[in-house]
Design a binder for this molecule. Structure first.
Ligand SMILES: *Cc1c(COP(=O)(O)O)cnc(C)c1O
Length: 315
């Protein structure tokens, strides 16, 4: 796995707005997995090792970036992993879960009603009894450990670039909260919400309060087309961005954030001289469930372009 690096992006609209724009390349930590998930999981893995626990258990959908990263992280650490997956056993053949299985993850498929109980104490107790050797990690990896892991990520970003504004795509908001807790003064975090979810603000605030920090995250809507849905506008933005910068964004998180961020830059929302660092959190593995959609919206040539990026060699 590669370490973190940053890249200065030069585009006409960015220089016109007289801001500086850097991309934090957490996508390069692994060719397909979500970079932020590795940071989120690091403290849990350390904790597990400390307590001589050798199995990680967590929850996710059939294309979950978190499940994918957890399986790969566990394997890299010589640990076992169990994935409680929402849906049918036939999903085990999809690319996400194939990677997870090949990394040694044991999959258990549950129906929607069972999956809904993933945060209920009685259900978690049952699971712990069934898998006594496992550390149970919530969906998305999003707990206070994840917040601490992302504070470390922010410290690494600060070693690479002196940014006033750090932007991140938010699902659960744990990554955004962690980054905010790791900021120094004169820095602020903007979280781009890819879900229509009024509770995101509250969740982020709770994560921050538990760390005893008095920082605030600005939340900006970026749920174009709905969660895990890719519409034509977002896809064409992503393809254009790839063409102009050589960097592929993911269809669920970073593509939507970057599109909204560019709209804000174009609208003059940022003071001249501002240095913006956008976290490319990775998640490119999510493209592999989008083949038909990409072909339908943008044609087979566009799919081939994305496909060849996914198969590139970054080592
Ligand atoms: C999970 C994920 C996020 C969101 O992280 P949260 O901590 O849940 O807000 C952002 N980008 C990518 C690529 C992800 O996989």
């Amino acid at each position: 796995m590669m370490s973190l690096c940053i890249e200065n992006i030069h585009l006409p609209n960015i220089s016109k707005a007289k801001v500086r724009f850097f991309m934090v390349r957490a996508d390069l930590i692994h060719p397909l997995a979500s970079g932020n998930k590795f940071y989120k999981l690091k403290p849990a893995i350390e904790q597990a090792k400390h307590h001589k626990i050798n199995t990680l258990l967590s929850f996710g959908g059939a294309y979950s970036n978190h499940i994918h990263a957890l399986a790969l992280s566990a394997k890299a650490q010589g640990m076992a992993s169990i994935g409680i997956i929402r849906g049918e056993a036939s999903y085990a053949k999809n690319p996400t879960l194939t990677d997870a299985r090949e990394a040694g993850m044991q999959l258990q498929f549950v129906d929607r009603l069972t999956y809904k109980r993933r945060t209920d104490t009685p259900y978690l107790k049952q699971l712990q009894q069934r898998y006594p050797a496992a550390l149970i990690i919530p969906e998305g990896g999003s707990n206070q450990n994840a917040v601490k892991g992302c504070m470390k990520l922010m410290a690494e970003v600060n070693e690479l670039v002196d940014a006033n504004i750090v932007t991140v795509a938010a699902g659960t908001g744990a990554t955004a909260a962690g980054l905010a807790c790791g900021t120094t003064k004169n820095q602020s975090v903007i979280a781009y919400a890819v879900l229509k979810d009024e509770t995101l603000n509250k969740r982020i605030k709770k994560f921050i309060d538990i760390e005893n920090k008095s920082v605030k995250v600005n939340v900006e809507p970026a749920d174009f087309g709905g969660y895990a849905k890719l519409d034509e506008q977002v896809l064409s933005f992503i393809l254009e961005w790839l063409d102009k910068t050589g960097i592929l964004l993911d269809p669920i998180y970073t593509g939507k954030m970057c599109m909204r961020l560019m709209q804000q830059i174009d609208a003059g929302m940022f003071k001249q001289g501002t240095t913006i660092a956008m976290l490319h959190s990775g998640g490119l593995q999510g493209w592999r469930g989008m083949q038909q959609r990409v072909i339908r919206l943008a044609g087979p040539k566009s799919w081939n372009t994305i496909q060849s990026y996914l198969c590139r060699d970054i080592a």
